[in-house]
Design a protein around this ligand. Structure first.
Ligand code: NAP
Length: 329
């Protein structure tokens, strides 16, 4: 089968599409014929040799999400039949024509979604749902701030938060992304030139009340601003660190405001934990995808042969939403 392979850590020249053996499904495993598999920041880091695959996943075949057809089932599989349309997250190996995964980590693709749309969903929507609701306990009527709101995860989070009746604010570094996010339902937002500006802007947007929840996809110097922008009993969920992996933490502020700081990753979670997050997604998000209340936002689609171009595109920060890799021609 064809698969994206990291032949050498570093720049995009280390990527290649190669022929490798097809995996086989045994026991509770399902083999999926992958149609689409979107690109993630983690793939860029893995390519650079800075984010090794968790134990049990291929070290050199990237890909954290996929959409495809059930193609082979192990003898303990009870939930899935050959030909069913499924999608899900995995710890690696999804940018290949076939992937073998535990049956518990799959969800059924609603009929109204095509392969491109389905491939853009699992990582963004499972991450966003898990972070905002399972961990951040976002409630109707609360104010939420989503950093890098024009990202894949950011746009999924924005739609889910809005659908649940929260008041949704977002940040981005570009005016254009802010305007596009507003067209999709963002209540208001901030074009950030300097993270320190966030506090005053949030103050104005919330009439001095602050935000109840911050979904931080950026990290770095945003930490200090986050603590100041949060209301009492606020929750900050750290999902990404594109701006740096450390920041300044004011203990006094955390204590006085009784804040909760939560960090999260999906990739290294156990199969059981991935299955749980997928089940929550299937129960709460798939009905919204079915009815069109939320939808995947797709920036670009690349055939697997153009994986290098896809990496360059994501690396440029130009994308608004997801970059999808078409694996099946
Ligand atoms: N923890 C997990 O399980 C998990 C799962 C999925 C994703 N993530 C993380 O979540 C984040 C979003 O992922 P994604 O795939 O949705 O991202 P994405 O679509 O690639 O978007 C990332 C955006 O971050 C902004 N950005 C980049 N560098 C920045 C900087 N130095 N300062 C401020 N903003 C910057 C850019 O938007 P602007 O142009 O608007 O600034 C960029 O488009 C990433 O950090 C990713 O690693 C984590």
């Amino acid at each position: 089968m064809r698969a994206v392979k990291i032949k050498q850590f570093g720049g995009v020249e280390g990527l290649e599409v190669v022929e490798i053996d097809e995996p086989i499904a045994v026991a509770d495993r399902v083999r999926v014929r992958v149609h689409t598999a979107a690109l993630n920041r983690a793939d860029l880091l893995q390519r650079r040799g800075r984010y090794p695959a968790p134990l049990g996943y291929p070290t050199d075949i990237p890909g954290l999400e996929f959409a495809g057809e059930v193609d082979q089932v192990g003898d303990e599989v009870s939930r899935w039949k050959i030909g069913e349309r499924v999608f899900g997250i995995t710890g690696g190996g999804a940018q290949a024509e076939y992937i073998v995964v535990p049956e518990s980590t799959l969800a059924e693709i609603p009929d109204n979604l095509d392969w491109i749309e389905a491939g853009a969903i699992p990582e963004a929507f499972i991450t966003a749902h898990d972070a905002l609701f399972t961990q951040g306990t976002l409630q109707m009527g609360e104010r939420v701030l989503i950093h890098a709101v024009g990202s894949g995860v950011g746009l999924a989070a924005m739609q889910l938060a809005r659908a649940t009746g929260a008041i949704v604010f977002g940040t981005t570094r570009t005016e254009e992304k802010l305007n596009r996010a507003k067209e999709l339902g963002l209540h208001d937002g901030i074009v950030v030139k300097d993270p320190n500006e966030i506090v005053e802007a949030v103050d104005q947007l919330t009439s001095g009340h602050g935000v109840n929840v911050i979904l931080d996809l950026v990290g770095g110097a945003y930490l200090s601003a986050n603590l100041r922008a949060l209301a009492k009993n606020g929750r900050m969920i750290l999902v990404g660190t594109v701006a740096g992996a450390s920041g300044e933490l004011d203990y006094g502020l955390v204590m006085r405001k009784r804040l909760m700081l939560i960090g999260t990753v999906l990739r290294s979670r156990s199969i059981e934990q991935k299955a749980y997050a997928t089940l929550q997604f299937a129960s709460h998000v798939i009905p919204l995808l079915k009815s069109g209340v939320v939808k995947p936002i797709i920036d670009a689609v690349y055939p697997i042969e153009e994986i290098v171009e896809a990496h360059k595109h994501l690396e440029s920060n130009r994308n608004f939403g997801k970059i999808v890799i078409k694996v099946k021609a």
